[in-house]
Ligand binder design. Sequence first.
Ligand code: NAD
Ligand code: TYD
Length: 351
Amino acid sequence: MNKRKILITGGAGFIGSHVVRRFVRNYPNDHIINGDALTYAGNLENLSDVDGASNYFFEKLDITNIDAVREVFEKHEISDVIHLAAESHVDRSIEGPMEFVMSNVVGTVNLLNAAKEFWKSGEHIFHHVSTDEVYGSLGDDGLFTEETSYDPRSPYSASKASSDHFVRAYFHTYGLPVKISNCSNNYGSHHFPEKLIPLMIHNILNNKPLPIYGKGDNIRDWLWVEDHASAIDKIFSEGRLGEAYNVGGLNEWTNIELVRFLCRLMDEKLGRKSGESEKLITYVKDRAGHDKRYAIDATKLENELGWKPSITFEEGLSKTVDWYLDNSEWVNKVTSGSYKDYYENMYGNRT
Ligand code: NAD
Ligand code: TYD
């Protein structure tokens, strides 16, 4: 097989860095090109352990700039794309939707156009990484399947739904070889402390209030980030063209139960008295348009491609907390500067 030149967009972000690391190690004969704009969420230190690998390349790339995208396709003779670059935080999308339109919608269409222009012959794959949030919000029962109608309700999920539609449209209209994966909430190492789990770990460590939106009874379905990376590898390598695959681990938690569990785990690890961290729990004003419940049915991925999560939530969360305890320098770096302004703006007047 010819050497593949795989562009992984958003490779300096949380999930992207795990995908890049996996591909650099698993596919030493291919070129892995990380194209990332290095926004507040992108951090090359996430990849310090693969930085020197001979099959790894970094390009500072803003996907909203079509000329820059074309340049990277040309320079590296890109044969495949795994597209993760996006604005990814719902709360930020409520404050400012336009950046989400630009990176998530315009950026995706730029990549699709470049792939369409450069891939005139040969075998190629455009794997678009998306979210279960495109399906909207569930009631008490049921799971999202690949047949669930799209019903996005936040600016973030609306932008991701739009990008999914464009990817499918390029398959049907131009025959572009695409695949889509829609995954549930991820957690793990290198997660920017604005999303629920890393924010709570950070605040527990620093004895800061733990802001629970509304009653804390919203439900999310959590998957360890390395299991998401293994699912992306499976789907990219063996999934059918034109198909979407849901990714999730049947692991639903209400936010409040999850935070209580995390508090108990961290009390143990930090040698605190039992119940100490839970005292930090603070109920705050709910998120606007807060989706009640997400839960994924990943039967298609399991039956067709034999994928399963590798570890339990208890194991994954314990590993995650250990990583944050061992990497305080990383946390200090990402929480200095503009993070403080973000935090004040989001939580300052919320209680
Ligand atoms: P993240 O916010 O941690 O990282 C996003 C990365 O994209 C950053 O490195 C950032 O610099 C880069 N980026 C943003 N705008 C860009 C632009 N215009 N050009 C180039 N790079 C840009 O996000 P994440 O949590 O790692 O999510 C990655 C992908 O997975 C996203 O597409 C997201 O929608 C999807 N996803 C995330 C989750 C989750 O739980 N985090 C779940 C399912 C799907
Ligand atoms: P988040 O990690 O932002 O992921 P998403 O909204 O994409 O699912 O939030 C997960 C859940 O946690 C969601 O129901 C909102 C809630 N939440 C809080 O209660 N407090 C917080 O400080 C944050 C960031 C989230």
